[in-house]
Structure formats: C-alpha cells, structure tokens
Design a protein around this ligand. Structure first.
Ligand code: IPE
Ligand code: IPE
Ligand code: MG
Length: 253
C-alpha cells in the first residue's frame, strides 16, 4: 500500500484542542491478511505470516507511545469455521509465534496473557500458552492480551453461567449482581476497558470482539490491510483518538 489512508473525516485527523491524550488500552482487530495475500497472488498463509510482522511493529509502537495495554484479535471462535487447511496453517503459525517470540517479548518487558478458549487448541499448545503467561508474569512495560479462539458472546455466556451457578449454590444473591461482579467473571477481569479499538481492512464491524468491554471505546476503522499496518498507521489511529470527545453519556461541557 502507498501513503497511509484512513476512513476518517478530516476533523478527526486534525485533532481537537483537547488533543494529545494517549489511550491507556488499545485493542486491534487485525483484518485483511487474506486480501493482502490474494492481491499478490500468494496463498493466504503468506498474508498471515506477514501479519505476524505487523504484530511486532504494533507492539513496538505501543511501547513507544506509552500505551499500557494492547489486546490483539488473532483468532475468533468463529474462525474455526474456515477450511481445515487454513485453520491448520493458522494454528501452526500461532504455535511458531509462541515458541519463537515469547523470549523476545519477555526481554522487552511485555506481559502476555491469552483470552479465549485456549483448550480448543489441544493440551500441548495450552501448555505453551500457560508457560508464556508464567514466564512473562512479572513484566510491566506493556500488557499484551492475545485473543485466541475468542468470542465475546461465549465469554459473556460463561460469566452468566458462573454467576448462575454461584446463585444456585446460595453463594451470591442474584439481586446483588452488579456490573462490577459481572465484569469480574469475564476473562479480562481486573483489566481496564479498551479506550480505542482499531480495525484494519476497511470492514466496519466488531465481529464478536470485546462486546462488553467496548461499551465506550472509540472505534477507528482504517482501510489498510493488516500486513501493511505500521507505525504511521498507528499514529493516524492515535491522532483520530486524540481528536474524539469522549463523553460517557454525560452532558458535553
Ligand atoms: C485476519 O485476516 C486474520 C484472521 C481472521 C485470522 P483474514 O484472514 O480475515 O483476511 P481477509 O479478511 O480474508 O482479507
Ligand atoms: C475478525 O476477522 C477476527 C480476527 C481478526 C481474528 P474476520 O475476518 O474473522 O471477521 P469477519 O468474518 O470479516 O466478520
Ligand atoms: Mg477477515
């Protein structure tokens, strides 16, 4: 892709007087790997591999910008519906990433956590996921959540099920279940909600990503394909964010 180009209005790019605010938590829907590969006459896996490079660039950009939390959507619970060969390619790539990147993330002070149904990847990959979390548990420069076999509806249903079980067992009073109690049953318990959600590839939807947590997130849609995402694109998204007025339902001042 040539110059950074975004699906943004000019006033969003220029930034408001309130300007400069850096989001504490950025979440990214990394979309467009397949289209990137197709445009080059390459197999889809080549796009996914190039996408892994974009993940490295994004982590660096977050550290440089002072972002504290980064959540990346790497594989959705619906992505299991893709052809078996692509699922196998993606799983292989994820396993390779786990084996070869964790040491580097650890050196960079990145704490890695995984959200989603890790068990669906089988016991050996689950063990590698847990080892990565354990190895990086004391790091604090950047918190990285990798969403794998993640679906927000699944996550919300699991939280409801856990609360219902506690209520049935007489451990909690259903009338006392408040937002915080619910949030504490999600896989993101204790984490700040995303301030900014970026989706690449021009699609403008959430695709079952962080539905509860994104209640007041600012959404930025970029038409760059994920493998082409770089520091300039990241800056564009941060500028769009800085130009937004966040109200959280309150009266504008
Ligand atoms: C995003 O790229 C990666 C995953 C969903 C795993 P896609 O594979 O969805 O690429 P497109 O959307 O078909 O271009
Ligand atoms: C969302 O992308 C999931 C990830 C980026 C991992 P998809 O390509 O799966 O989403 P849809 O199917 O276009 O909504
Ligand atoms: Mg896609």
């Amino acid at each position: 892709m040539s110059a950074p180009k975004a699906l943004l209005r000019a006033n969003e790019i220029s930034g408001s007087p309130a300007g400069e605010a850096v989001p504490r938590h950025v979440a990214v829907i990394m979309d467009g790997n397949g289209r990137w590969a197709a445009a080059r006459g390459l197999p889809r896996i080549a796009g996914h591999r190039a996408g892994a490079e974009a993940v490295r660039r994004t982590i660096r950009a977050c550290v440089d910008a002072g972002v504290e939390w980064l959540t990346i959507y790497a594989f959705s619970s619906e992505n299991w519906r893709r052809p078996a060969a692509e699922v196998a390619d993606l799983t292989g790539l994820l396993r390779h990433y786990l084996r070869h990147e964790v040491a580097e993330l650890d050196r960079g002070g990145v704490r890695v956590r995984f959200i989603g149904e890790r068990a669906r990847f089988g016991p050996s990959m689950t063990a590698e996921i847990e080892a990565a979390e354990l190895r990086t548990a004391s790091n604090a420069r950047l918190n990285l959540n990798i969403a794998l076999s993640y679906g927000a509806r699944d996550e919300i249903v699991a939280a409801a099920r856990a609360l219902a079980a506690d209520a049935a067992a007489g451990l909690i009073d259903p009338a006392a279940i408040a937002e915080a109690a619910f949030a504490n049953r999600l896989t993101t318990a204790g984490q700040p909600d995303p301030d900014l959600i970026i989706r690449t590839s021009g699609e403008q939807r959430l695709s079952n990503f962080l539905l509860w947590q994104s209640a007041y997130a600012e959404l930025v849609f970029l038409d760059v394909l994920w493998p082409d995402f770089d520091a300039a694109q990241f800056t564009l998204a941060l500028e769009a964010y800085a130009g937004r007025e966040r109200r959280f339902g309150a009266r504008p001042v």
